[in-house]
Design a protein around this ligand. Structure first.
Ligand code: NAD
Ligand code: UDP
Ligand code: UDP
Length: 334
């Protein structure tokens, strides 16, 4: 390997190497790839609160500086504009690997899942850092088992329009387990189910952000297909319990509350505008018919379960979207 610890004389802080007294830090040094994005920026907030030193690595493909700007000037915070498809040299204790174009409109463009994950695993191996992959419920494809348990292997089309995302994440999981077994890298795998909340990209095509933005702009909510397909929506919550715990996973992280898209549209009407209209559009190819996590394993092994219901979480997102759509906060750009 080109990046050799000994060659570069790099101190591996994690393995108990002697740190001069004056340089001792209170928290950990943590990289969050994709940290300027929706889920990543909430995680960064929690890590900063805990007293860690955080390095965000992001190419701003769908993320925004505004999501982490409140940490600028804090000596424990750094931001690097970098595409994880290119190698990266850093010395850290933990890597939260979130970088990935995560919505259907964006994800077709990018080999991030495979090459980016490989690079971050190479980095974890070199410095002895613990690595957490944010995988997705999409690895179950159009599931033939309901609800989905972690032991289910999925039903995925390898050559469809979504394959770059779901097969990409499946490959990312494979790479993660291979580095764990073959190179002793400490890893954690989260399979995140549909997540919503403040700072979500407004126009990235995901259903909750679409419906909320449409209802606020007095446009009809676009329901794809008959609207009877289901998803289970969780309010954005941390990944720290998984990272700090003993178990590799994979763990389903999601809210088992299951809604059809028509039911979701109704909740948005109740929250924003009872007169909001619905318009049907043709559905996309290979759209999973239903999805709902079985979270028994996360409850038992991590003591984790979602706390915020859709009806409680949605208003928090609506407040943020209202401000970004109508307020003086600038949207997009980097
Ligand atoms: P997001 O688009 O808001 O965040 C992704 C971030 O990664 C953005 O800031 C983007 O600029 C950055 N990024 C993309 N490609 C990059 C690259 N090549 N190099 C560096 N940075 C890059 O999406 P999100 O919803 O916050 O998703 C974060 C992670 O969680 C993703 O890995 C996604 O697959 C996973 N996930 C999200 C959901 C969900 O519902 N939000 C569900 C399952 C899994
Ligand atoms: N890598 C990186 N940063 C590092 C170490 C490795 O980006 O600190 C990249 C490296 O460029 C390679 C990938 O991670 O493409 C896998 O690295 P590994 O050492 O596992 O594989 P090798 O280089 O031995 O093929
Ligand atoms: N969807 C919809 N209207 C929209 C966007 C999406 O009805 O404006 C549907 C989509 O067909 C899918 C569900 O909502 O059945 C969830 O889509 P999303 O892209 O948010 O997430 P994913 O399909 O990745 O679970």
């Amino acid at each position: 390997p080109v990046y050799n610890e000994r060659r570069f004389g790099i101190q591996n802080w994690n393995s108990g190497g002697k740190i001069p007294l004056g340089l001792k830090r209170k928290g950990k040094r943590i990289v969050v790839t994709g940290g300027a994005g929706f889920v990543g920026s909430h995680l960064v907030d929690r890590l900063m609160e805990r007293g860690d030193s955080v390095i965000v690595v992001d190419n701003f493909f769908t993320g925004r500086k505004e999501n982490v700007m409140h940490h600028f000037g804090n000596p424990r915070f750094e931001m690097i504009r970098h595409d994880v498809v290119e190698p990266l040299l850093l010395e850290v204790d933990q890597i939260y690997h979130l970088a990935c174009p995560a919505s259907p409109v964006h994800y077709k463009f990018n080999p991030t899942n495979v090459v980016g994950t490989l690079n971050m695993l190479g980095l974890a191996k070199r410095v002895g850092a613990r690595f957490l992959l944010t995988s997705t419920s999409e690895v179950y494809g159009d599931p033939l088992q309901h609800p989905q348990v972690e032991t289910y292997w999925g039903n995925v089309n390898p050559i469809g329009v979504r394959s770059c995302y779901d097969e990409g994440k499946r490959t990312a999981e494979t790479l993660t387990m291979d580095y764990h077994r073959g190179a002793d890298v400490e890893v954690r795998i989260a399979r995140i189910f549909n997540t919503y909340g403040p700072r979500m990209c407004i126009d990235d095509g995901r259903v909750v952000s679409n419906f909320v933005a449409q209802a606020l702009r007095k446009e009809p909510m676009t329901v794809y297909g008959d609207g009877k397909q289901t998803r289970s929506f969780q309010y954005v919550e941390g990944l720290m319990r998984l990272m700090e715990g003993e178990h590799v996973g994979p763990f389903n992280l999601g809210n088992p509350g299951e809604f059809t898209m028509l039911e979701l549209a109704k909740v948005v009407q109740e929250t924003i505008d009872p007169d909001a209209k619905i318009e049907h559009r043709p559905n996309t190819e290979d759209d999973p018919h239903k999805r709902k996590p079985d979270i028994t394993k996360a409850k038992e092994q991590l003591g984790w379960e979602p706390k915020v219901s859709l009806r409680k979480g949605l208003p928090l997102m609506v407040k943020d979207f209202r401000q970004r759509i109508f307020g003086d906060h600038k949207e997009g750009g980097s």
